[in-house]
Write a protein that binds this ligand. Sequence first.
Ligand code: FES
Ligand code: FES
Length: 143
Amino acid sequence: SSLDDLYRRVIMDHYQRPRNRGEMDQDSVTINLNNPTCGDRIQLQLKVEDGIIKDVKFIGEGCSISMSSASMMTEAVKGGTVEDALRMADLFSRLMQGEEIDDEDLDIGDIEALAGVSKFPARIKCATLAWKALQQGVHDSAE
Ligand code: FES
Ligand code: FES
């Protein structure tokens, strides 16, 4: 369908022109995760101040799903509250369970383009890697 085409274009756009790709210097929390089924990996860095995600960056190697998901995630959470970021992570896992998400009062950006991934269990891990890193990073930032 044309919606699938649109989603495919959004995914490829994030893969080819990743947002917030790179590394930060000091004062950031760094999380390294990999997808055990394929070995692909992500490094996520977060700078949290007063409950706000001031900056977020990632580097990594992986398939188009994992890297585009990381790009979309950083774009969605950057500048927002930690609380909203965790709510988005929750919305994302519901999306991966095949639920239709009506983003309530959150601006989830391009994330919905990954909805089709929910039909492919192996790829769900790819799409979720960045969100797992985010949840861990938020947790570590609170310490
Ligand atoms: Fe196979 Fe990611 S593990 S597509
Ligand atoms: Fe490894 Fe997608 S194939 S993260």
